[in-house]
Structures are given as C-alpha cells and as structure tokens.
Design a protein around this ligand. Structure first.
Ligand code: SF4
Length: 444
C-alpha cells in the first residue's frame, strides 16, 4: 500500500505524493499516551480550547488559542474511503487553482493528498512556488499557515483545515512577554538612553532577536522590526552565525532546546546561555545580571512536548537491543538526549539520512511518531523504530483529519473560502523582513 515519496526538492511545482494510505498510527495502537487518540477530533473541538490528546495534552493552552467549530455533520459521517474519494474529486475539480501543503508530521491519509511534503522551511519556500494557485491549503499548524500567508500574494488565500491545529511550543512565547523581556534587557544591556538595536563602536548591536519558525506572525514581526531573523531546525546554525556577525548576543525564542543545542555545536559554553523564564524579574536572572551581560545566547523557556518525551534511557535501551543502531534525534530534544544520540538534525535531515543509508541499517529515531511510522513503512529494507515506545503524536498536527480537508476543499469547489488565515498587512510587512532573512540563510 505504501510507496516511497519523491524527494521534496523545493520549490518544484507538480511534486505529488503518491498513494500513501492507512499505514497504521496512533489511533490503532494499544499503547498510546491517551485513549482519546482513537476518537475523532471534532469530539474534542466541542470542548473548546486545549491541544487535545497527544504529546501536548498537559500543556496549558492560552485563552487566545483559536477554536474550531465542529466540521459539518455530513463529513463526520463519512468513512475513510469516502473521504479519500471526495478529497481526490475536489482536488481534481480545483486543478491548479489549489495547492495542498503537508508537513512531515501529518497523518498518512492527509499526506497522500499533499502536492508538497516537507518541513517548515521547505513548506515556506513551497508557498512561494506555485503562482497560479489561488488557494493554499496548509496541512500543518497555525504558525505555518500564517507564514504561508505572509509569503504568498494578497490574492492567494491560505486555509488551515482545522483552526485548533496550533502549536503548544509556539504558544509559550507571546508578544507581551517578549516585549517585556526586551524592555528589561534594554535596561541592563543597552547603553544608557540607547536601545538594543543601536550598534556600538564595534558595529554590533547588544542583542539581536532570533525566533524559531514556531511562533506567531506577531512575534516574527517583532523580530523583523528589530533586525532579527527567523530560523528553522534546518538552518538554525547558519542563522546564528549571521547573527553573531552583527550582534554581541541573541535572544532566542521560543525553543530553548534548539537554541542550546545549536549554540553548543558552535562551541558556545553553557555558562553563556542563561535561561529566560517569562514572568519573572529579569527572566529569573535577577541575582545574576552578570550572566546576562556575559551571555551569548539568552534562551527563552519554551519547549516542544513531542520532543521532550525522548530520554537517554530510551537511547540506552535501543543500543542494548540493537548494538549496531544509528540513533538520530531532532534538535528540539533536550541536550543530554542530543549528546547521547549519534547525530541530530531536522526532519528533512532524518529523512535524507535514512534514504541514503545502505540496506539493512537500523535506526532509532527521536521525532514525531507519525513521521517515524511512515519512514518505517517506506523503507522495509531498514529496521526503523521510534525511540519512545509509547505512541504519542503531536496533539495539534493530529487534529488535521481528512474530514476537515474534505470540508475545506469542497467549500472551495462551491465558491466558499472557509478557515482562511489572514495576517494583518502591517504585521505581515515586518514579519516578511525576518522571513526573507531566513530564506536567504540556506541550510548547509
Ligand atoms: S511537534 Fe512540537 S513544535 Fe511541532 S507543532 Fe507539534 S508541538 Fe509544535
């Protein structure tokens, strides 16, 4: 049933994922982190804000988190084959007017309909690549759809099939908290009466903001206004190198682990990476202002609950059972896990490592279970398993169910745009500055 996907060399219009369907997944597993993973997302939508079952189920969603109303009953009553047929027919009816983007962490039943499959960096570029598309249907999470809206033309509509597909990590930093942090850092790190954006006699600014792609458009706009750059897990090292050409330090948010792992790989010591806990005076560094003055990377206290699940013990167990195993983890994992692994890299790095390995290789992977399951199905010549034995997908990626995709596509066929994601133009203009710098920082 499952076949290998084409390499998502992007942008490459026309790249389509051939028929991948129903290779199993969280809902079919007996050993999962929540029994609710067997239920349909609309049963959760009725309960209002929250990330839903999965890795982020214990995280606190902000009151501002978008809520999705239940998908129309007609779609709730369709079985998987009927949904597949209706999505296929709607896409055919729309033709080149629609482009469906799919993140690596999406369900197989969604990926099979994606024109482009990739990580957040690749999908951001793909959003630029299909000029004739009037509609970009983004099968990913909210911040990715916002990014696509910022990068696409005004007459292109970006659609998120389920508005409740947010990201708990992205929600760990908001504009008010980052503005407050910036004001406090200005008091301790800027010249008297100056700003963090003003270069000193060396030509460098005191602090440059760097945000991981996983944040709101409003925060990308903040970064753009202050001369900073957006990064992804693919190009974080290149972005940090560029930042240090112009700044003495960076404020890195929201993911502390990506920031720490990337900076340490560049040779920056942990003593130069203080943690900023939002809501605390000086981010919890009140008694040690020197740690801010001596810092190179100020790390925001954010994390991904999917990648936080991976542990050194899991790696030890994998090595005990498979002495020749190659352990690859995502850089959103905690530092000690990255240290214990053989290598770390973005989702695209993981995919390419598996594709280029000699047949008969064994991989233990530390990233989202849906992607690992798909890679295992696509590469029967290898042994591939997820480090975490408990099936616990990303709560929000999982909320893009085929019923929502069928609904938004058939609505487009009927001439109605539902679930459009729109970033106000003033915000988009600033965010575009930071995103353009990101696109220039091509991963090595
Ligand atoms: S995997 Fe983590 S960072 Fe990615 S969307 Fe899910 S919660 Fe957010």
């Amino acid at each position: 049933m499952t076949t290998s996907l084409p390499t998502p060399t992007l942008p490459a219009p026309g790249l389509r994922a051939p028929g991948i369907r129903r290779t199993g997944g969280a809902a079919s597993s007996a050993s999962s982190c929540s029994p609710e993973l067997t239920t349909a997302p609309w049963t959760i939508d009725r309960r209002g804000p929250g990330y839903g079952p999965g890795a982020s189920q214990e995280d606190r969603a902000p009151a501002s988190a978008p809520v999705q109303g239940p998908v129309p009953e007609e779609y709730r009553n369709l079985d998987e084959d009927q949904l597949h047929a209706r999505i296929t027919a709607a896409k055919e009816a729309l033709g080149e007017r629609v482009m469906v983007l799919g993140h690596f962490y999406q369900r197989d039943e969604i990926v099979t309909h994606a024109d482009f499959l990739g990580d957040s960096f690749q999908l951001a570029r793909a959003a630029l690549g299909r000029e004739e598309a009037e509609y970009i249907v983004f099968c990913g999470v909210h911040f990715m759809a916002e990014t696509a809206d910022v990068l696409s033309r005004d007459d292109q509509a970006v659609i998120l099939p389920n508005l409740a597909a947010g990201c708990s990590m992205a929600d760990m930093a908001d504009v008010a908290g980052v503005e407050d942090c910036w004001a406090q850092l200005t008091r301790v790190l800027a010249e008297e009466g100056g700003s963090l954006d003003t270069p000193d006699e060396t030509g460098k600014v005191p602090v440059m903001p760097i945000t991981y792609m996983n944040c709101s458009a409003a925060l990308k706009a903040f970064v753009g206004r202050h001369g900073g750059i957006v990064c992804t897990s693919s190009n974080a090292a290149v972005v940090l190198e560029r930042a240090f050409e112009k700044a003495h330090r960076v404020l890195f948010f929201p993911d502390q682990h990506l920031g720490r792992n990337t900076a340490r790989a560049m040779g920056i010591g942990l003593e130069r990476m203080p943690l900023w806990s939002p809501g605390k005076p000086l981010g919890g560094n009140g008694n040690t202002v020197a740690s801010l003055e001596d810092s190179a990377v100020i790390l925001w206290h954010g994390f991904c609950s999917v990648h936080k699940r991976f542990t050194v013990d899991q790696i030890s167990a994998a090595r005990a059972e498979h002495p020749d195993v190659r352990v690859i983890v995502h850089p959103e994992c905690p530092m000690e896990v990255v240290d214990a692994a053989d290598e770390s890299g973005s989702t695209d790095h993981i995919r390419r490592a598996i594709e280029s390995a000699p047949a008969g290789s064994t991989f233990a992977i530390g990233t989202e279970i849906t992607m690992v399951s798909r890679l295992a199905a696509e590469h029967p010549e290898h042994t591939i398993f997820c480090l975490d034995p408990v099936v616990c997908p990303c709560s929000t990626m999982y909320r893009i169910h085929p019923a929502y995709l069928a609904w938004v596509l058939e609505s487009l066929v009927a001439g109605e745009v539902v679930n459009r994601i729109t970033v106000p133009e003033a915000e988009a203009a600033d965010a575009r500055l930071a995103l353009d710098r990101m696109l220039e920082a091509v991963p090595r």
